[in-house]
Design a protein around this ligand. Structure first.
Ligand code: S6P
Ligand code: ZN
Length: 204
């Protein structure tokens, strides 16, 4: 039998989660005791479909697009990791600010998303069939991302989109797949509303 660190040691992840939410800084996306990863526009090279709009925006400045405060209480099989994501509002061309997107290195690993503030979408692409769907991500909305699914989070609103993602500690992140092939679809704004379109250069 595994030796426990003391009474209530199994509650530590839960306490970490309460701590994560209570120390959240809504101006910076920071959470005390969490590792903060920031992604700027220059980190999203190749993600946006409109390459000239991307270059033009980058020539002016390299703004912060999103941050993730990650909590990793343990790394054994069965442990969970969670991250508090915050995507700023904005667009490159007609395409909304979004995450790089990834599939889990452990392909079967699923993930649970929970919306906390703002308005957005999850772009989900089945790795086996290529079938793509968008699912709303709003405060108090939960989204289940099944295994074998590439996922990208998109801020379609005018405020920061804040959400929690909970995933197996063993999931890992595969960014290479997206860097190589990208998602087959993009989400652009049309008459003030998000619209799912096939990626223009994938039509050729
Ligand atoms: C982790 C989970 C999220 C993302 C975050 C940033 O499995 O899906 O916490 O890490 O949305 O996206 P990305 O694609 O840069 O990791
Ligand atoms: Zn994930």
């Amino acid at each position: 039998m595994r030796h426990h660190e003391g009474p209530g040691a199994h509650l530590k992840p839960m306490l970490d989660l309460a701590n994560l939410l209570s120390t959240y800084n809504s101006d910076t996306g920071e959470v005390s005791s969490a590792r903060l990863q920031e992604r700027h526009l220059s980190d999203l090279r190749g993600c946006f479909a409109d390459a000239s709009a991307y270059q033009a925006a980058l020539a002016v400045k390299d703004p912060l697009i999103y941050s993730v405060a990650a909590i990793e209480p343990g790394s054994a099989a069965g442990d969970l990791h969670y991250g508090l994501g915050r995507i700023l509002p904005g667009k490159i061309g007609q395409e909304y600010f979004m995450t790089k997107g990834h599939a889990h290195a452990q392909r079967s690993a699923a993930e649970f998303y929970f919306g906390l503030a703002g308005e957005g979408l999850l772009l989900l692409e089945d790795l086996a069939t290529g079938e793509t769907r968008i699912v709303p991500l709003r405060p108090s909305h939960a989204v289940y991302v099944p295994g074998n699914t590439a996922h990208r989070t998109i801020n379609t609103g005018r405020q920061p989109l804040v959400y929690l993602g909970v995933y197996p500690a063993t999931a890992g992140h595969d960014y290479e797949l997206i860097a190589r092939k990208n998602f087959r679809h993009i989400v652009t704004e049309h008459n003030g509303q998000p619209r799912l379109l096939p990626r223009p250069n994938s039509l050729a």
